[in-house]
Ligand binder design. Structure first.
Ligand SMILES: [Zn+2]
Length: 305
């Protein structure tokens, strides 16, 4: 099946031996991935949502790596970053934060049900075989990739993949470019803290979870959204509005240009919970909130995967 025009993926070398696999336009399920190649070895960061897209990514990796990758790192458990894991097996072992393994097992292929019209292909969830808790390092030949768990941010399972020798950060969905940030399953305050953590690394190149590759300016844009969100939620709680009611009467201003604006409803649910004293990452009723996002959008959410 052909990939629709405008969403064809591309592999871009962003630093010596470091490649970003971008899937325009970066909306729902059109996630980025990457590969680090050195000394004949390759480490892959994330896969893709559908079997076809994962196979295309694997083919792109094969065009720059002389051997099949032996390690796949997942930045978090969401299916658009992990459903393609099995395409890289049996050669590769999958590595992720310990909570990502747990959450991926619980979620299974449930995400496919949110978008029944997508051609998902022959998918099976390949759970991480190696997990870590705080930090770990994997090696692509002589190039180390530092895995950093920042605490709750996009989810409670996030891994930042930092390649210090190349000054490249694979941010997962903690940082998006051109799409609305999304912390329903993570934390607003944790996201802001994680952005500071990333800033301290001083990355020259940031591969966001969705959208075009950029630099530190992506941190500024993401921080601005979360600070705005936090203030908005504070006012909404004071006014006695539900997240959905507040979203309906909110002028997005500069953020109106971002894809998937309905995420505001989910982000407000998370911000409300924190405003009311809930610990970061406290589980919320994700499916119920997702249905509110659909209602706010005025119909099924667009997914072009
Ligand atoms: Zn995600």
């Amino acid at each position: 099946m052909a990939v629709r025009r405008g969403t064809a993926s591309r592999l871009e070398e962003v630093a010596d031996g470091v490649f970003a696999h971008e899937q325009p336009d970066g909306g729902w399920c059109l996630s980025n991935a990457g590969v680090v190649v050195s000394d004949g070895e390759a480490v892959v960061v994330d896969t893709a949502a559908t079997e076809e897209r994962a196979r295309r990514f694997r083919d792109a990796v094969a065009s720059v790596a002389s051997a099949a990758p032996r390690v796949v790192v997942n930045t978090h458990f969401h299916g658009d970053h992990t459903f393609g894991n099995s395409v890289f097996q049996p050669e590769a072992v999958v590595v992720a934060h310990e909570a990502a393994r747990t959450e991926a097992g619980v979620a299974d292929l449930g995400m496919c049900g949110l978008w029944p019209d997508v051609t998902w292909g022959d998918l099976r969830v390949a759970l991480p075989q190696v997990t870590y808790r705080d930090r770990a390092t994997v090696h692509a030949g002589g190039v180390p990739l530092e895995l950093i768990h920042p605490g709750p941010a996009h989810t409670t399972t996030d891994t930042l993949v930092w390649v210090p020798d190349r000054s490249v950060l694979f941010a997962g969905d903690v940082v998006l470019n051109g799409a609305t940030p999304f912390c329903l399953m993570g934390s607003v305050s944790g996201s802001l803290r994680t952005l500071e953590l990333i800033r301290a690394l001083e990355p020259a190149v940031i591969v966001p979870g969705h959208g075009p590759v950029g630099g530190p300016e992506l941190l500024d844009a993401t921080e601005a959204y979360f600070r705005w969100l936090r203030d908005l939620a504070r006012d909404g709680v004071d006014a006695g509005l539900t997240p959905l009611e507040l979203a309906r009467e909110t002028d997005l201003g500069a953020f109106a240009e971002l894809l998937d604006a309905e995420r505001l409803v989910g982000n407000l649910h998370r911000a409300y919970a924190e405003q009311r004293g809930a610990p970061e990452g406290t589980p919320l009723d994700v499916l119920a909130v997702f249905l509110e996002m659909v209602e706010h959008h005025g119909g099924p959410l667009p997914c072009r995967a």
